[in-house]
Structures are given as C-alpha cells and as structure tokens.
Write a protein that binds this ligand. Structure first.
Ligand code: PEP
Ligand code: MG
Length: 323
C-alpha cells in the first residue's frame, strides 16, 4: 500500500470525472519542508508561525522572521499560505505574558492580540512583505470574527506595504490576503466577508470547538468534537458557496481535511484546497482520485440538507463510498 501511495507523489489531485483540487501541507517550521516534498504536497496551506515566538525568550526580530519566510517560500513549489501569529488560548508566549483570563480560548488570542499589539504585528507583516518576492505568498489572519477586524488588519498590512515601497524595498505585486474561518460568526456571514477577502481557509479544529461550545483540549467532553455533524457540514457548505459566488476560493486547514470520510463530503461541497499534515496527503489524494465529483455532490448535499445527526452522515458516507 505504501509503495502504491509513493507512485502518487507527482499525480494530480483530481476526481474520476475531472474535478481538480489542491492537496497542500500544514507546516510548523522549515524543518517540515522535507516532508512537504517527499509527500507530493502541491504547496503549503497553513504555515503556523507560532514556533518563531515560542522558542525564544525574546520576540523574533524582523530579520530573523524574514530569513525563515524566505527559506520556506524558496523551497515550496506552489502557493504558501502563512498565518500571522496565533498565540493565546492554549499557546503561551514567553516574551509576552498575557492577562490571566477566565476563558483564554474566548479571550485575547490571535488577531485580537495582534490588533492590540500592532507593534508586534507590524514586525511580522514587514518580514512577510519583504519575503514575498521569493515565492507565491498568501497572508492569512486567524480568528477573525468581524469584518471590522479584517479591515483593520488589512489596513495595517497595506500601511506597511506602502512604507516598504517608499523605502525602495521590493514587494510582490500580487499577495492574496485571506482569513481563517474558525469562528461561527464568520462562517455565517461568509457572503459578506467574501466580497473583501481573497480566500477563506476553514479551521475546523476551532470552528468545531466554538460551534459546539466544547473545549478542544477537554477529554471529558470530546464526544462533542463532531466534524461530521450536519451543523458543521452546513457551515462548510455556506462558506464554500459564498466564496465561489464572489469568484474566491476556499481551503480547509483543520484536521478534518485529512480524514478519510471527509474526502467525499468536501470534494462534493466544492472545496478547492485541502491542507493537512504532509504524511496524510498521499492517502487523501488516492481517495479523491477514486471518487466521482458529481456523485459526491449529491451525497454532500443530502448530508447537509437531510441528515439530523453525525451518525447519519457517517453511515450515509460509508454506504455510498465504502470509506
Ligand atoms: C484550526 O483551528 O482548525 C486550525 C487549523 O488552527 P489551529 O489548530 O492552529 O488552531
Ligand atoms: Mg485555529
């Protein structure tokens, strides 16, 4: 089976009836680049940049960050989606003690922190903009709940871009700017967001946590981690449809994107890009290459429109596809 998967390293991620998708990797540092190549990733769908901030006692400098982003962009053939700092919640930052909060996952994390500490945010954005000429950079903001947050974050990005250009620094003309969809408010209002962003990437790890109001770290209520609950399928469907109506694209970078039973559902809903740990890519590519998009579309819509429970969705997918 492993040898068979290896033959798919250079294969397209395409359904039996010709629907093309992109299978890309989640990475946490340049150490993961080797696995990206070895597993035939068509790009990077999520570069989590937290390691830069968590490894040291000091905040990373613009220069340190620039070198890392440049290395990643130079070594990936295809788009690279870099997510700006997503610290807070479970992830602590040694160089910046956060306020003690009753519910850290509902508190100052990710873009909320960056908008409060624009000094830190600007350093990362400058490093990214400077690195943009070395590859196909996309910039993604995490934990966006409102359009106001997106506009403010993008405004800061544009300010830094203009400053760099005024300083005579080269910046790529075309950098796509998108958001993670991981807060239900943004998933519900995706049609409005789609007018202003270049792309969405659905972060199911948090989207499920916030939709079911169930801490993703808790083992006592982990039955509420339900990627196949129709509530989640409907949110995902809404986001993909909203993006396509505006000519934009949607990816998924949460764990769900690599799950076997999710392949037919997400293909059927029209997901454009699946991002997962590199080691899951070849198996997911093999599944997609064995599926008919038209059949999956019927299946996915049935799951979204007619199923009441996660179990019904899982059974329907199993019966229809054998997965
Ligand atoms: C997610 O929430 O699904 C996601 C990809 O981000 P993280 O797991 O880093 O919160
Ligand atoms: Mg998340």
């Amino acid at each position: 089976y492993k040898a068979e998967l290896k033959t798919l390293v250079d294969a397209e991620s395409v359904s039996t009836d010709g629907k093309k998708t992109l299978l890309v990797a989640n990475i946490g540092s340049p150490n993961d680049l080797e696995a990206v190549k070895a597993n035939g990733a068509e790009g990077v769908g999520l570069f989590r940049t937290e390691f830069l901030y968590m490894e040291n006692d000091d905040l990373p400098t613009e220069e340190q960050q620039f070198e890392v982003y440049k290395e990643v962009l130079e070594n990936v053939n295809g788009p690279v989606v870099v997510r700006t700092l997503d610290i807070g919640g479970d992830k602590k930052l040694p160089a910046l003690p956060l306020p003690e909060e009753m519910n850290p996952f509902l508190g100052v994390r990710a873009i909320r922190l960056c908008l409060q500490r624009k000094d830190i945010f600007r350093v990362q954005l400058r490093a990214l903009l400077r690195a943009s000429v070395y590859g196909e950079l996309h910039i993604m903001f995490p934990m966006i709940a409102t359009l106001g947050e997106f506009r403010e974050a993008k405004g800061v990005l544009m300010e830094e871009k203009e400053k760099l250009i005024a300083e005579g620094v080269k910046v790529a003309d075309k950098i796509e700017v998108g958001i993670m969809i991981e807060i239900p408010a943004a998933a519900v209002l995706a049609d409005q967001f789609a007018k202003e962003v270049d792309f969405f990437s659905i972060g199911t790890n948090d989207l499920i946590q916030y939709t079911f109001a169930a801490d993703r770290m808790s083992s006592t209520i982990n039955y509420l981690y339900q990627p196949f609950n129709p509530a989640i399928i409907r949110l995902v469907k809404n986001v993909i449809e909203a993006s396509h109506k505006e000519g934009k694209w949607t990816g998924m970078c949460g764990e769900m994107a690599g799950e076997a039973k999710a392949a037919p559902l997400l293909l059927g809903l029209g997901l454009d890009e699946f991002s997962m740990s590199a080691t899951s890519i070849l198996a997911q590519r093999k599944r997609i290459r064995g599926l008919s998009y038209e059949e999956c579309k019927t299946l996915a819509n049935k799951c979204a429109d007619e199923c009441a429970t996660m179990e019904e969705v899982v059974d329907l997918v199993s019966e229809s596809t054998g997965l």
